[in-house]
Each structure stands twice: as structure tokens, then as C-alpha cells.
Design a protein around this ligand. Sequence first.
Ligand code: PLP
Length: 396
Amino acid sequence: MAKEALDRFLTPQLKELRDKGLYNLIDTVEGPNGPEVQINGKTVINLSSNNYLGLANHDRLKQKAIEAVKKYGVGAGAVRTINGTLPIHNELEKRVAELKYTEAAIAFQSGFNCNMGAISAVMTKRDAIISDELNHASIIDGCRLSGARILRVKHQDMADLRRVAKEATESGLYEKIMYITDGVFSMDGDVAKLPEIVEIADEFDLITYVDDAHGSGVMGAGAGTVKHFGLSDRIDFQIGTLSKAIGVVGGYVAGSQKLIDWLKVRARPFLFSTAMTPSDAAACMEAIDMMMESTQRVHKLWENGDYLKAGLKRQGFNIGHSQTPITPCMIGDEGLTQLFSRRLMEEGVYAKSITFPTVPKGAGRVRNMPTAAHTKGILDKALAVYEKIGKELNIL
Ligand SMILES: *Cc1c(COP(=O)(O)O)cnc(C)c1O
């Protein structure tokens, strides 16, 4: 039983969420992540993961993880500064820096932790951070933690960015100003306008910070959105995750040697949270090696994304303006979006509805995440279900 004060808080809050149908029940996936997964004993087509390259259950990664467990055990022992840095942690950071074309990199336990650590290691209450209004929750929290003044700008609106950068600079109120953006925005699949951003950053001496969680392994033949635009030496912070395309868990910051030297003594999740496990580090390293050996998986991912988009569009769905394999199917009304997703699931397609407050009111959508591991046959099956439910619910 919860204590009274806690109970007074929890009971009505939970009731309200449940009454409104907003209490999110978490599905248990009964097996490895792949193009199909088992949920409640039923095999369904999986269009909900961030396992872009299909590496989460790959034999080569599993083999390396097992070898690392045998050699180093299951835990790192402590935070890395005290007892936890293993050769594979250092090696992983070298590989990340190679992948990102930067001088150095630092690994964290997750992408979320990167944003908790990296922003506040550099920005303080005497600074300002200009932040795209659709930036990821972990960026928003990381900015808040720094204590810097947060200046929100309209999504991907370069005129607004320029205006805010100019005002902030001319105000003379701030020691430093940073601009932060997602590299790829995961709800719509649009790509940050980095060529324009670096120009504006140069003009106003902005520190640049790109969180490329959904771009790494996807854009720039796998190297990410910054590399895609040929800007590896013009973005100060390149954040990435090891939990999406890389298929495991963890995060990193890639940048100059000086920046990484600083983060190793000032980023709090690095200093006060135990290092990623040896097997995670080994599996991540193998994934990066595989990406550097061949771009075949990345090509397959894009081919599958294009195939799914073309199919949905042909059927008459509104698929928004994604520039990446992320394929939203725009429905609009929140209730209808949820019903659509539920019917898809009943017919064997696992694709999640995304509604307010994650996206604006009336902009509900079912988001599809194809991966390199999907086959044309699986995608055709999913498309047939889409068409059936689209007609059934009068969306087509
Ligand atoms: C997913 C995501 C994260 C969090 O990464 P994890 O490794 O899952 O913690 C951070 N930033 C962005 C932009 C993301 O999309």
C-alpha cells in the first residue's frame, strides 16, 4: 500500500489516465527483436523498432558479446574513472571516432545519458541554448539541467534561428550560445538543415550540437547526418546512440580531442554511473566494424524504406514528408489513429500510433520503422493489411 500522501497523488492521476484511455500498456515481446516478433504468442510483422540495420540479434554481435563475457565477466565493476575502463571501452571510442571522422569520442551508458552529461559539462547559467522546438526529450532535459537560458525556435525554421541567434548575440547577456538540433527528427523523418545551420553558427559564433540518434547508421552511408553533408569538421558535438542502428545499448559524443578530454572529467553520468558492460561494448564494436566493412545493410534499409513509402502512397495514404526510411502514415484524429494501430495489430502488423502530446493535436499518425532485415515479402504482407484496414476505417 502506498503511503497516504503518495496515494492521494497517484490514485486520481492514474484514474484519469485510464479513464481517458491514455494509460500506455507496454507490450511484452517474447523473443529477439527482428522483422517479425512474438507478442502474446502471436507472430506479427514488426514496424516499431529502431533496429534499423537488423543487428540487434545478429550472430556476429552475439558471438563477440559471449567472448567478452568469458574474457571480462558481466560487469565493468565501477565507474570508468575509478575501476571500470577496460581495453574494449577505449577501443570502442576509437572506432566511434573513426566512424564519425572526428579526433576522439567518449562512450556513455545510453544516448539519453549523453545529453544529460554533455550539455551541462559545457553550458552554464551564464549561457543560452537555442533549441529546435521538436528536439528529443533527452535534449530538453539536458538543456534544463545545464541551467542555461533556453531559447526555443520554430521547427527547422532557419529565419527564426537566425533572428534568435542575432538577438541573443546582440543582447550581450550570454557568455556562450549553443544551437542544438536532432540530426533526424524521429516523428516525421525530416533531416536537419545542417549546411544552413553551420553558416548561421559561423556568423554568430554558435557552438553546434547535433544529436544524430536516428541518423547514425542511416544517413551518410552509415556515418550519420553530419558526414552526409560533409560537415564533420564543422559540428562541435556529434551525439549518437548505440541503441538504434548499432543494435545494442549505449551512447557517445564524438568531437575534438579537447572536447572529449573535458567531458571525461566533467560529464556527470560518465563520472558517477557505472560503465557499459563488457559484452555491450564488444557487440557495439563489432556492429561498427560491420558498418565500416560494407554499406550493404544501409542500402537495404533505404531500399525497404522507399518500397514501403511507395506502396502506402500508391494505396492513397498520406505519408508526410519523411526524408529517411522512417515512414509515418498520417491519420489525424487521435482516436482514429489509435483504432487504426489496434486493427493493424489484430491483423498481424505491429506499428505504433503516435499522438498528442508527442506530436501536435490533430497530427496523429502510425509510424512505421522498416529495417534492413525486412524482406519484400514481409513488406508486401504489411501493405496488404494497411490497405484492408485503410478501407475498413474509411481512410482510403
Ligand atoms: C532515442 C534517442 C535518444 C536516446 O538514446 P538511448 O540510447 O536510447 O538512450 C537520444 N536522443 C535522440 C534524438 C533519440 O532519438
